[in-house]
Structures are given as structure tokens and as C-alpha cells.
Write a protein that binds this ligand. Structure first.
Ligand code: RB5
Length: 139
């Protein structure tokens, strides 16, 4: 399941991403926020983390203004590997090398088209395991 979380600065992009998934008949869980009213990103990062950890199959897409706040909060949980990605190459490497289970996007600094392309790569790229798994075990 895909878990969407955002603050007010990520709300517009989150809605566009949700519409994209709806158009593809892919179900998402949206933990909010649900409007442009100002909120605190840690509250929504924590809600998103909770849902992501319900299943190993789950993937999070978290969005705030820069993506930095969401990344900091999400990565405090030892089972979360959140990667702030602004290119498809980063999205690919975040999966291949880091087995990232949360993609973080900067809502104020990325277009919808770019975000969707990054999401597509993130969701279709596998972890390479091997030496990368050994490194993950050291975290
Ligand atoms: C909200 O103004 C902004 O600080 C937040 O979305 C995020 O960028 C924090 O890291």
C-alpha cells in the first residue's frame, strides 16, 4: 500500500499525486494534511511512519516544503529509510542501494510531472541487496 503524508507546503503536490494514483486505479492511504491550512510537519510524518510500518510491502510518499523536515522526522524511526529525491537517478539509487521505504519530495521545489516521474522510478526499482544489504545492517 502507498501511504501519502504531507504538511500544508506539500498539500498541493500530494493532491496531484493522489489524483495520478486514482487515475491508475492504485489505492493510496492519505494520512493528511487535508488542506492548505498551516500544520506542523512532524505530526504528519509520524502518522505516515505509523502506517508505513504496518506492512513490509508498504511504501511512503511524504511531502513538505523542502522535504527536509519530513526526512528528519521519518528517519528517526530505525525501521524507516526515507530518501529525499529530486531526480529520477536519486530515486533509482535510493531503492537500489538504500532500500528506501519512504520517498520524500520537496513540494515547493518540484513540478508535478517531475514528481510523478520520480515516483514511477522509485516504485519500480528493486533493492540490489549484496554489499548494500551488509551496509544497511550496519546502520
Ligand atoms: C513549512 O513552512 C516548511 O517549513 C516545511 O514544509 C518544511 O519545508 C520543513 O522542512
Amino acid at each position: 500500500m502507498i501511504i501519502l503524508a504531507c504538511d500544508h507546503a506539500g498539500f498541493a503536490l500530494k493532491e496531484q499525486i493522489k489524483a495520478f494514483f486514482n487515475s491508475e486505479n492504485i489505492t493510496t492511504i492519505d494520512v493528511g494534511t487535508y488542506s492548505k491550512d498551516s500544520v506542523d510537519y512532524p505530526d504528519f510524518a509520524k502518522k505516515g511512519v505509523e502506517r508505513v510500518l504496518e506492512s513490509k510491502q508498504n511504501v511512503g510518499i511524504f511531502i513538505c516544503g523542502t522535504g527536509i523536515g519530513m526526512s528528519i522526522v521519518a528517519n528517526r524511526n530505525p525501521k524507516i529509510r526515507a530518501a529525499l529525491c529530486t531526480t529520477t537517478t536519486f530515486a533509482s539509487l535510493a531503492r537500489k542501494h538504500n532500500d528506501a521505504n519512504v520517498l520524500v519530495l520537496p513540494g515547493r521545489f518540484i513540478s508535478k510531472v517531475k514528481a510523478i516521474n520520480i515516483i514511477k522510478v522509485f516504485l519500480t526499482t528493486d533493492f540490489e541487496k549484496g554489499k548494500y544489504l551488509a551496509r544497511l545492517k550496519k546502520i
